[in-house]
Every structure is written in C-alpha cells, then in structure tokens.
Ligand binder design. Structure first.
Ligand SMILES: *Cc1c(COP(=O)(O)O)cnc(C)c1O
Length: 432
C-alpha cells in the first residue's frame, strides 16, 4: 500500500489533507470521493516547471475528462494551465467556472454541429479537428459567425502504446484522427489552409493511456516533427504547435513503475530539440495533455462495508455501498487498485477477500482477492488512486445516486460536488 501527497496514517487511521478519513465519513457519508488539493496543485506546478511553459512558451493542457468539476476548472486556471474538453458538457463546465475560453482545446471524434456552434459562440481558443467532416463543419459555422477559428489536426501516427509494450504500426485502425496513409494528412492540411475561416496552428496526436515507457513518445516526437517538415516542404506552410497528447502512467499497484514527471518531460523536450536540430527546422511550441497523472493519485474513495459473506473453502466477499456506479474501471477493463481499512489501517492479521459492489451485475467486483485485516460491517474501506476516471465515469445504474466529492487541504475539507439525492435521480422523469 502506497500513500501519496498528504496521506498519512495517524493512530491507525488514514488521514488525507490533514483530515481524518473517519471524520470525513461522519461529516459527508459514503461513498465519498476525496481529492487532495495540495497534491493536484503540486502536480500542476511540477508539469509547468518540467515542461518549461514559462521558459520556452510550451503548454501543459489538463485533460479534463479525467476529473472535471467547476472547482477543478478553477484550480487548473489558477495554476496557469490550459484545459482540454471533449464534449459540450465539459465545455459548459469550464465556461460556467469562468475558465478563459481562449485557453481551451476542444477534442473528440464526433463533435456535433450544436457543440461546434456553442464553442464558437463561447470564443474558444482551439479545436482539435478529427476528420474531414469536421473541417467543413467548423469552417461553415465560423463563416456564419464571422470568425477565424484556430484549429489543430489530430493525426493517427501509427504508434500504439500499452502499459508495458507498444506497437509501431498497430494502430492505423483507430476511430480517432487522420491517418497518414494515402496522403490523407496532407489533404487535410491543404483543405484547412484553403479555407478562409480556419487557421491551422498545429498538429496533435495521442498514443494511449497509462503508458510507462518513454520510447513511444520519443518515436512520436520524431515522426511528428518529420511530418511538420514535410508539410513545410510540400505546402510552404509552417505548423506552429505540436501537441503530443497525454497518457503518462501512474502507480496503481505493486509492480507499476511510472517515470517521474520531471524525467518524462525532460526526455521529450530533449528529443524534440535534437530532432529539430537534425531536421534543420525551428522547434514548434510543444504541448502535452496529462489527465490521469495530474489527479489519479490525488484521489481516494471511501466506502462503508456492509454484508460480509464467507463461502467455505471458496472465497470471502465483503460488500461496499458503492461499486461500478462510482468506479466502473474494474468492470470495464479489469483495473486494479490498492486499498486499506481506513479506520484500522495496520493490523498484523490479514486475510484474502474480494470487495463486491452493490449493483445487480455479477461483474461488479471492485477488488479481487486483496489482503486486508479482518473486516466488520461498518468499517471504512479506502481505495487509493481513484482521482482519475472515477467521478468522471460515474453513472446512475440501479438508480444509485452519485457520490459526493470533497477536496481536502491544510486540515480543511470542502464540497466540490454534493451527493445526489433520489429527487435528483428522478428529476428529469415525467409521470403522465
Ligand atoms: C484521454 C486523453 C488524454 C489524457 O490521457 P491520460 O491517460 O488521462 O493522461 C489526453 N489527450 C487526449 C486526446 C485524450 O483522449
């Protein structure tokens, strides 16, 4: 079990942000997402420093899909970072938080005309354009609103990276972006340049998520800088920004060995410098888009243990009052986590149990065969590193209200998002 940021064990009780988890549970109930604000801010600062956003005018864009609330947008803005959104809903969240619209990048492989128009009305900074349909649509709507819209083109570089391995030509088959086959990328560039109401500022690519090795990123840098050079040669057009996407891996469980933020960033910057020197070209503004690595380790989820069931010689199950509604990752892709009994962290005697969620799905098992001290109904289970893709993927299956989110820092807690009520759950339904 690894503790991050401000997490500490005091008197056998887990504390986070200077607040006892037991007190948090008494005050806010469970399930409860708890975000360590100091750790989020520290990650923002480390990325900003390591990727030289002041020194070299590079940019760090937080990928909002990992975890986005009004208060989170405010933190990202206060830390001087940009924001990427992938839907009208995320854009609306940023807008309502007062986030500067010029610092937004709008992603997604099928932005609807309504979303595009909304973004243009909000004067957002950049679209990351995914396909030919979007090039035409954004230009058409930019003409309608008498604007020149800045865009980047999303390229599928044919590099697919998983946690431990990567394939260099394996991901040409992707729903995202322009393929580099058959000169499609060049056709897209030419189409954008030819449109009066679009301004092509950059290229974008994103090669996967929860990636530990640096090599796929270095290959990506090389490939994309070569592409920028060939675009210059073929069209005379200078691409000013190169966005390398996100996907930097984090620690979830033993065996996960992520690189330090500083090392990741310096390797990428150094490779870009060397490659552009070799290619005799000016280095574009470099951009990265971390999501998970900004917030993942900063979050924990607290649950209350309910029923405990022992199937003799088979397995022991302990059930929590949440599950795939607040954390769908184990059911969706066998994600694994570390956990602890928050009100009795250290205990000599441990046993193997599985933690089941309360949804009517036999696949709703949050943790399989983990070692925990003997548990009693009413104990508090803490699951670590749930800050990314937990709340953002939460849902109302079985009409279970969504959990509350609180942030903690310097001994104080604040509600980022209140718990849903049953009234909220049925609020859009109509009884004829
Ligand atoms: C999901 C995503 C990210 C962030 O990925 P993480 O693994 O959370 O760092 C960045 N850019 C794009 C385009 C994405 O789709």
């Amino acid at each position: 079990m690894k503790l991050f940021g401000s997490m500490k064990v005091i008197d056998n009780t887990l504390h986070i942000g200077g607040v006892s988890s037991v007190e948090l549970v008494e005050k806010y109930g469970t399930p409860l997402y708890v975000m360590d604000e100091a750790l989020i801010r520290d990650n923002c600062r480390r990325y900003a420093e390591a990727f030289k956003i002041k020194e070299n005018n590079n940019k760090v864009i937080y990928a909002g899909k990992a975890f986005l609330t009004l208060a989170m947008c405010k933190i990202i803005n206060e830390e001087g970072l940009n924001l990427d959104v992938v839907s009208g809903g995320e854009l609306y969240t940023a807008y309502k938080s007062g986030f500067p619209m010029e610092n937004i990048y709008f992603h997604g492989n099928n932005k609807t005309p309504e979303e595009i128009e909304m973004a243009i009305n909000f004067n957002i900074g950049n679209f990351v354009v995914d396909n030919f349909y979007e090039i035409d649509k954004i230009n058409e709507l930019a003409i309608k609103h008498n604007k020149v819209q800045k865009v980047l083109l999303r390229i599928t570089p044919g590099i697919e990276a998983h946690t431990h391995e990567y394939i260099k030509t394996g991901s040409i088959d992707s729903k995202f972006g322009f393929t580099m086959l058959n000169n499609k990328t060049l056709s897209a560039v030419k189409r954008v340049i030819g449109y009066s109401n679009l301004e092509l500022v950059g290229l974008h690519c994103h090669i996967g998520s929860q990636i530990f090795s640096i090599e796929p990123y270095l290959d990506e840098v090389e490939l994309m800088l070569n592409l920028i050079k060939s675009i210059k040669e073929e069209t005379g057009y200078t691409i000013k920004e190169l966005n390398l996407g996100g996907g930097f891996g984090i620690y979830y469980k033993e065996g996960d060995e992520p690189k330090k933020i500083e090392d990741f960033c310096s390797c990428i910057l150094e490779k870009a410098k060397q490659t552009s020197l070799n290619l005799k070209m000016d280095m574009p503004t470099l951009i990265i888009e971390p999501g998970r690595s900004m917030v993942g380790n900063a979050g924990i989820t607290l649950y209350t243990i309910g029923s405990i069931k022992n199937i003799p010689n088979v397995k022991k199950y302990a059930s929590i009052n949440g599950g795939m509604t607040d954390n769908i990752r184990p059911a969706l892709y066998q994600a694994e986590y570390e956990c602890a009994i928050a009100n009795r962290v250290d205990s000599y005697w441990k046993e193997v149990v599985s933690i089941s969620g309360k949804c009517c799905e036999s696949g709703d098992i949050l943790l399989k065969d983990v070692e925990l001290p003997e548990m009693y109904s009413g104990d508090i289970l803490a699951v670590f590193s749930t800050g990314a893709y937990g709340y953002s993927m939460s849902n109302n299956y079985n009409k279970i209200p969504r959990a509350a989110v609180v942030s903690v820092m310097d001994g104080k807690s604040k509600v980022m998002c209140r718990r849903e009520t049953y009234e909220d759950v049925i609020s859009r339904e109509i009884l004829d």
